[in-house]
Write a protein that binds this ligand. Sequence first.
Ligand code: PGA
Length: 256
Amino acid sequence: MEIIVKENYQEMSLYTAEMVADLVRRKPDCVIGFATGRTPVGTYQELIRLHKAGLDFSGIRAFNLDEYLGIGRDMSKPYDQDQSYARFMYEELFRHINVKEENIHIPDGLAKDPDAFCAAYEQEISKAGGIDLQILGIGGDGHWGFNEPGASLSSRTRVENLTAQTLDDNYEAFYRKAGIPREQMPTQAITMGIGTILEARNLIMIANGSKKAGIIAKALQGPVTSAVTASAIQLYTGKAVVVLDREAASALRNLK
Ligand code: PGA
């Protein structure tokens, strides 16, 4: 695992976007795993800028990590204002680049049979040839996607119950400003499993801010444990790059 420490959020985002852009230039039909959350917003803004400057996303295939259960983008209806991760991805990235609609895959929080959907999602990833680069944040409770503490490190795409900490974090990040009461937040999600994530050929994990310092130190340098599912990065055998700002890196030991 390579750890890159950047001075601030902006530099972290530029560096990450450049890694993604490199892949898109080298392999125009690459398969990219996208993440939601506050952390990747700057990266996506930079990718939009690169697209305006000519970067072509028309061949890429996109697979998102996760989605709340019970909400999602109903493709048959006009664009709406739910807090789904589908809406987030369209607003923050997909609407602004030339990725083809048929190449966008986001777990369907409105699936009638979520278990069957999860199995089919795994098959879709395999059919696409696997994920070339998975972008990951890290939750305050150490999650990757919505793989909450206790999730098996070999887990596959499935329905997961969200922890109180995740609900609190996401309420603050997204729901409060939309005026949605916390009680109305979905409490379950569909998420790629840790086993699914570890099969990607490359990982890029990003984190910023002092609030992430403790959990980053646990994930990267603590014991590998399902109590911090992102610690699975230590088991990963492909190429993993962790891009942090100085604050998120501040609790790491022996940084070169
Ligand atoms: P955040 O979420 O980027 O909003 O901090 C990260 C995550 O939950 O993976």
